[in-house]
Design a binder for this molecule. Structure first.
Ligand code: 26W
Length: 815
C-alpha cells in the first residue's frame, strides 16, 4: 500500500461531517452509497453559493438569458464531472485515498441521469456545460422523468428492458421549488365571451395538473455562472378526491392523482420515430406550459412590462418537441394578460428559434387534429389562426399553387405538423452540421427557404471536451496538460498547439501509453461486467450509438461475417486481431432493430467460439450503453465506425468524441463526418460509400438494384446466405429471414433502403486500408494524435459561441 499522506486533507473532515449529520454514520459503518452521498453533498455545498450569487446578478443587472427547451437532457453522472469542473477533484481524491476509499468506486454508486434517448438529449447536456463555462445566463427546461431511458440487459442474445431508477441517487443534485409551482389545464371546452374590453376566451371544465420545478445546477469549468436545469414534475392538485372518497369509492378517489402523475412518469424510448401518442402530447404541453408560465411570472416580477420579453429572453427549441411553447405564450399573453393578437404575435416571433435534428420522415412530429383539439382546445384554436394567417402569406408567395401551400401549411390532412409551425414562426431555423443545413435548404424546407432565406442557418454540433476528454480520458488529459498547460480546457483553440507535438517523441510515447491504458481499462470493464476476456493488443473497433437501420450496424455485421468466411476458408488471409465492439439500445417497439441485436449476438457466438477465428476476431456487445459506458468505451477506441447512409445522420456527435480521444474514423460522407474530413484530410480518415448526390441520383432515377449485387458478388452472397442457412448458433433458421429479405427483395423502392449492399465493397476496402495503416504503429499513432489535435473545433464551446453570435446575442456574466 502506498504511504498515507501525512497531513489529513481538510475534505476528510467535510466528508466525515456529512456522514455523521446526514446518515448517522462513521466511516467504519458507512456503505459506499453513504460515502457517495456524503461527497455529493460536499460538492453541492461548493456550488450553491456561486449559483445563488450568479442568479441574483443576472436579475439585478437585467441580463438577457436563453431558455434551452428540450424534452430530453442526457446528463449522465454528475459527481466526478462536477469535481473536475470545480477543480477540486484532486483534493477529494486525496481525501478519499486518505480514508482508504477508491474514488472510482464511489463514482460508480451514482446512477446515470438518462433523461434522454441519444444524440439530441446528450447535445442538450453538452450545451448546458458550455453555456455555464462561457458564463452565459441560461436555463435548460425539460421534464423530470421519474424513470429515464430503460436499462438494457442481454438475455440469450436478446435485448430485455429493465426499469431505470435514476432518482434514487440523483436527487442530491436537485432543489425542489414548490413555491414556484404552476397549474396546467387539459381538456374542457372554450367559449367566446363578449366583455366591455372585447372578445374574451374562457375555458371551462378542464382538468388541472400541477407542475413543480426541480432545479439542478450545471457547473461549467471554473464558472461564475452555473446554469440551471429546471425539470418539471407532475403532481395532482388534490391528493385524494374527497367527494369520491366520502362515497366510499376509494379507487376513483385516487384516480385523479394517478392520471396527473403519470405525465412525468417515464421517458418515451423512441429515437427518431414518433408514434403520436396522447400521453406524449400531454408531456410536451405540460413542460412547455409550465416553462412559459414561469418565464412570464419572472418577467412580470422583475420588469413589469411583458412587451419587453424579447429583450430579456431567447428561447431555443430543441427539435419540435417543445413547439407548444409558441401557442402557449400566445395564449398567456392574450387570454391572461389582455394582449391583442398582433401585439402578442409581435412578442412571440422575436423570441423563438428552432433547431432541427433529423430529416427522417418517420421522426417528424405530426398530431392527429381531433386528439389534439380534445386535449388542448384553446391551443388548437390558436394554431388554427396561426395557420390561417400563415397560409395567407404563403398565398402571396406562391399564388394559386395549392399543392405547395398545403405542403407548407401547419394544419393539413387532419394533422398538425410541428416542424411547419416552427418554421412559420421562428426567427432562426438551424441544422446541426453543414451538410444537414444544406439538406434543410434544398429539400425538407426548400420552399420556406425561398421565402425567407435569411432564416436558415447551419451550426455544427459540438461536445463538451470537459466531460469527453478531461473526465473520460485522464491519462491523455494529463499528457496534454503537461505539454500545453490547462488553458485548452476553456479555450478549445489551444488544441491546435498539439499539432507541433506530433514530432515530439516524448509526447507520442505518452499518447500511445494513454491509449494502451484506456484499452486495458475497457478490457477490465468488459471482464468485470460481462465476464468476457479480450486481448488489449488487438485493434479496438467500436460502433456505439442507438440501434437504427440508417446507422447501419447491419453493414458492420455483414463485414464481420465476410471476415469469418475468409478466415475459415484461408486462415492466412486475415491475421490481424480485432475486437469488434457494439453498443446500442433499440427502441422496445422497433422489431427489426431488436433483431439486429439478436444477430450481433449470434455472430458473436459464431466467431468467438470457432477455433479458426477465436484468436483473431472477437465480437463484444456492450450491455446497457449509456453516458458512463461511453466514457470508458470511447477513449479505448482505435477505429471509430460512423457508417450511416449518406444524407441520413444529421450530424452525429459520437464521431466527434471518438476523434477527440484519438480514434480514427471509418465513415461515410454524412453529417459532421464531412467536417471531420475537412479538418484532418482524407489521408487521416477512411471514407467510403455513396455520397448524398449519388444516393439522390439513384433515388431520382429509381436505379438501385440491390439484387444485382447479390447476384454478381459471390462473397457478398455467401455472407447474406449465412443469415438464413442455419450457420448461426442458438437461433431458429427463420430468425433473420426478415433481415435477409429486407436487403434483397421487396419493391425496388423498398429493398435495401439504406444501401448496404451498394456500400459493402467500398466499406471492406476502407476497413482494409485502416488495418494496413494500423500495422505501421508510428504512422498510425501520428494519425490518431493528429485527429485529437484537430478536434478542438468540435468543442461545444465553439458551437455555443456560434449560437450566441448568430442567434441569441447574450452577454457573459462578469466576475
Ligand atoms: C420520438 C420522436 C423523436 C424524434 C426525433 C425522438 C427524438 C428525435 C431526435 C430529433 C433524434 C435525434 O436525436 N437526432 C440526432 O440529433 C443529434 C444532435 O443534433 C445528431 O447529432 C444526430 O445526427 C441526430 O440523429
Amino acid at each position: 500500500m502506498a504511504a498515507l499522506p501525512k497531513k489529513r486533507p481538510q475534505e476528510v473532515t467535510l466528508i466525515l461531517g456529512k456522514l455523521k449529520r446526514h446518515f448517522g454514520k462513521t466511516l467504519e459503518n458507512a456503505s459506499m452509497e453513504h460515502i457517495y452521498q456524503a461527497c455529493a453533498l460536499c460538492v453541492r455545498d461548493e456550488i450553491m453559493d456561486r449559483w445563488i450569487n450568479a442568479r441574483n446578478k443576472v436579475d439585478k443587472e437585467g441580463k438577457k438569458m436563453v431558455l434551452y427547451m428540450s424534452a430530453e437532457f442526457l446528463i449522465g453522472r454528475a459527481l466526478v464531472n462536477n469535481m473536475i469542473n470545480l477543480e477540486i477533484f484532486d483534493k477529494y481524491k486525496a481525501a478519499l485515498d486518505y480514508m482508504g476509499v477508491d474514488i472510482h468506486q464511489v463514482e460508480q454508486e451514482e446512477n446515470d441521469a438518462a433523461l434522454g434517448n441519444g444524440g439530441l438529449g446528450r447535445l442538450a447536456a453538452c450545451f448546458l456545460d458550455s453555456l455555464s463555462t462561457l458564463n452565459l445566463p441560461a436555463m435548460g427546461c425539460g421534464i423530470r422523468y421519474e424513470h429515464g431511458l430503460f436499462r438494457q440487459r442481454i438475455l440469450d442474445g436478446s435485448q430485455v428492458e429493465m426499469e431505470d431508477n435514476w432518482i434514487e441517487t440523483g436527487d442530491v443534485w436537485e432543489v425542489e421549488n414548490p413555491e414556484e409551482e404552476v397549474e396546467i389545464h387539459f381538456g374542457g371546452e372554450i367559449h367566446e365571451v363578449w366583455t366591455e374590453k372585447g372578445l374574451k376566451i374562457e375555458h371551462y371544465n378542464y382538468s388541472s395538473v400541477l407542475a413543480v420545478p426541480y432545479d439542478m445546477p450545471i457547473v461549467g469549468y471554473n464558472t461564475k455562472m452555473p446554469a440551471a436545469l429546471r425539470l418539471w414534475s407532475a403532481r395532482a392538485k388534490n391528493n385524494l378526491d374527497m367527494t369520491f372518497f366520502n362515497r366510499g369509492d376509494y379507487t376513483r378517489a385516487m384516480e385523479e392523482r394517478e392520471l396527473a402523475e403519470v405525465i412525468s412518469k417515464v421517458l418515451y424510448p423512441e429515437d427518431n420515430h414518433e408514434a403520436g401518442r396522447q400521453l406524449r402530447l400531454k408531456q410536451f404541453y405540460f413542460f412547455t406550459s409550465a416553462t412559459m408560465q414561469s418565464m412570464v411570472r419572472r418577467h412580470k416580477n422583475l420588469y413589469g412590462d411583458l412587451h419587453t420579453l424579447p429583450e430579456y429572453v431567447e428561447v431555443q427549441i430543441n427539435d419540435t418537441h417543445p413547439t407548444l411553447a409558441i401557442p402557449e405564450l400566445m395564449r398567456i399573453l392574450m387570454d391572461e394578460e389582455g394582449f391583442g393578437w398582433e401585439e402578442a404575435y409581435d412578442v412571440v416571433r422575436r423570441m423563438f428559434n428552432y433547431t432541427n435534428h433529423t430529416i427522417m420522415s418517420e421522426a417528424l412530429e405530426c398530431w392527429p387534429k381531433d386528439m389534439f383539439r380534445l386535449l388542448l382546445p384553446r391551443i388548437y384554436t390558436i394554431i388554427d389562426t396561426l395557420n390561417e394567417k400563415y397560409c395567407a402569406r404563403l398565398w402571396q408567395a406562391f399564388p394559386g399553387d395549392f399543392e405547395k401551400i398545403s405542403s407548407l401549411s401547419i394544419i393539413a390532412y387532419n394533422e398538425i405538423r410541428m416542424a411547419n409551425l416552427c418554421v412559420a414562426v421562428c426567427k432562426k431555423v438551424n441544422g446541426v452540421s453543414q451538410i444537414h443545413g444544406d439538406i434543410l435548404k434544398t429539400s425538407l424546407f426548400r420552399d420556406n427557404y425561398v421565402m425567407d432565406p435569411e432564416k436558415f442557418i447551419a451550426i455544427t454540433n459540438g461536445i463538451t471536451h470537459r466531460r469527453w476528454l478531461a473526465k473520460a480520458n485522464p491519462p491523455l488529459t494529463k499528457l496534454i496538460e503537461k505539454h500545453i498547460g490547462k488553458g485548452f480546457l476553456t479555450d478549445y483553440k489551444q488544441f491546435d498547439k498539439l499539432e507541433a507535438l506530433l514530432d515530439n517523441p516524448e509526447f507520442m510515447e505518452g499518447f500511445i501509453a494513454a491509449k494502451e491504458e484506456n484499452k486495458r481499462r475497457l478490457a477490465g470493464y468488459v471482464m468485470e461486467k460481462q465476464g468476457i476476456e479480450i486481448n488489449p493488443h488487438a485493434i479496438f473497433d467500436v460502433q456505439a450509438k442507438r440501434l437504427h437501420e440508417y446507422k447501419r450496424q447491419l453493414l458492420k455485421v455483414l463485414h464481420i461475417l465476410y471476415l469469418y468466411n475468409k478466415i475459415t476458408a484461408d486462415p492466412a488471409s486475415f491475421t490481424q486481431p480485432v475486437v469488434f465492439f457494439f453498443a446500442a439500445k433499440a427502441s422496445p417497439g422497433y422489431v427489426r432493430a431488436k433483431n439486429i441485436i439478436r444477430l450481433i449476438n449470434a455472430v458473436a457466438d459464431l466467431v468467438n467460439n470457432d477455433p479458426k477465428t477465436k484468436d483473431i476476431l472477437k465480437v463484444v456487445f456492450i450491455e446497457n450503453y449509456n453516458v458512463s459506458a461511453a466514457e470508458i468505451l470511447i477513449p479505448a477506441t482505435d477505429f471509430s465506425e460512423q457508417l450511416s447512409t449518406a444524407g441520413k445522420e444529421a450530424s452525429g456527435t459520437g464521431n466527434m468524441k471518438f476523434m477527440m480521444n484519438g480514434a480514427v474514423t471509418i465513415g461515410t460522407m454524412d453529417g459532421a463526418n464531412v467536417e471531420i474530413c475537412e479538418r484532418v484530410g482524407r489521408e487521416n480518415m477512411f471514407i467510403f460509400g455513396a455520397t448524398v448526390e449519388e444516393i439522390n441520383q439513384m433515388q431520382r432515377f429509381n436505379s438501385y438494384r440491390p439484387g444485382e449485387y447479390y447476384e454478381k458478388d459471390a462473397e457478398l452472397r455467401d455472407v447474406l446466405n449465412k443469415l438464413i442457412d442455419g450457420s448461426l448458433p442458438g437461433v431458429n433458421e427463420r430468425q433473420f429471414a426478415d433481415l435477409y429479405h429486407s436487403l434483397i427483395f421487396g419493391d425496388y423502392e423498398k429493398a435495401d433502403q439504406y444501401y448496404l449492399l451498394h456500400d459493402f465493397r467500398s466499406y471492406i476496402n476502407a476497413f482494409n486500408r485502416a488495418v494496413k495503416a494500423y500495422q505501421h504503429p508510428e504512422e498510425w499513432y501520428r494519425m490518431a494524435a493528429y485527429n485529437t489535435a484537430r478536434s478542438g473545433i468540435f468543442s461545444s464551446d465553439r458551437t455555443i459561441r456560434e449560437y450566441n453570435d448568430r442567434i441569441w446575442h447574450l452577454e457573459p456574466l462578469k466576475g
